[in-house]
Design a protein around this ligand. Sequence first.
Ligand SMILES: Cc1cc2nc3c(=O)[nH]c(=O)nc-3n(C[C@H](O)[C@H](O)[C@H](O)COP(=O)(O)OP(=O)(O)OC[C@H]3O[C@@H](n4cnc5c(N)ncnc54)[C@H](O)[C@@H]3O)c2cc1C
Length: 312
Amino acid sequence: MSQVLVFIEHQVGVPLETSLQAIALASALGEVSSVSIGSCRVGGVARHIEVEHPMLSDYAPEAIAEALAQLIGSKSCSAVLASGTERGNEVMAHVASLLDLPLATNVTEVRPDDVSWELTRTRWGGSLLEEASLTATLKLATVAPHAFEASNATGAVDTETFAPDLSETLERTRVVERVTISEGITLTTAPVVVSGGRGVGSPEGFGILEELASLLGGAVGCSRVVTNNGWRPHSDQVGQTGTRVAPNLYVACGISGAIQHWVGMMASKNVLAINNDPEAPMVTKADYAVIGDLHPILEAVVEEVRRRKQAT
Ligand SMILES: Cc1cc2nc3c(=O)[nH]c(=O)nc-3n(C[C@H](O)[C@H](O)[C@H](O)COP(=O)(O)OP(=O)(O)OC[C@H]3O[C@@H](n4cnc5c(N)ncnc54)[C@H](O)[C@@H]3O)c2cc1C
């Protein structure tokens, strides 16, 4: 049976959802071993390997890649997967370079045959699907976020540690400072995102979006026009050059739905467009649409949500 190694990203020992999605794909391809930097609770895999080294106390892509390359050299695996996040792609690009192997990033489907993998992967920020063949003996790939249901398998897993031999030159790229930009619910984890575009009209116009997001336990997002105008910080921007989100509900208020915005929220389970243009791409692609001026519409929605909350 094929042995598949999955690099797990985690936050204080809890695997990221995208890493659990990578495990789901790996489970369909062979027997899965997972590997994390430091300690992490992973379920549903044959074994878990924790990489321990003083240089790996925080994100350091070159050093992590070297550690993974050494681990891969000590195991007989046929494939190594990671999630197609910025960090997953960065680490795996270094691994591919170290091992002189090709890397298929942002894979959405794998059809393995005896020697190669036929696969589909996203390109150009998700606006293009590419069919490709991966023929290297050791397959390296990252898994497009939200392309697979996350594995929620639990249960005790045999855990071992691996101590790589790392030289100090690998410390060239590492995290030196952290700045908190938001507390509590974040854009990437919020079940509801209330997002505004040029149609919101001003920074003050976002007040009603803040109110709706807070009533629904969600977060506020925006388009690039909004960040370019200085109405919201870049950390709120959704899209190709912003954050990718996949909430249960994405409320797009006064956003035209340009492809660069769409690729950042197209994984949303439901999209509600509020726009005064019935022909706007966001409206034609959305699951639900309300046509009209967003300001009175949002006032009415907030009032109704508040009334229903008080009634319960
Ligand atoms: C390389 C590159 C990367 C990019 N990356 C991103 C990115 O990450 N994220 C992103 O968002 N964009 C990105 N863009 C920009 C993108 O192409 C669009 O220009 C941008 O998304 C448009 O923002 P918008 O929808 O807010 O504005 P507009 O396109 O101007 O749309 C405004 C919408 O609001 C509606 N409207 C106006 N007034 C009202 C009202 N009172 N009530 C209701 N509706 C109203 C209009 O009908 C219209 O549909 C990128 C572009 C490039 C070239």
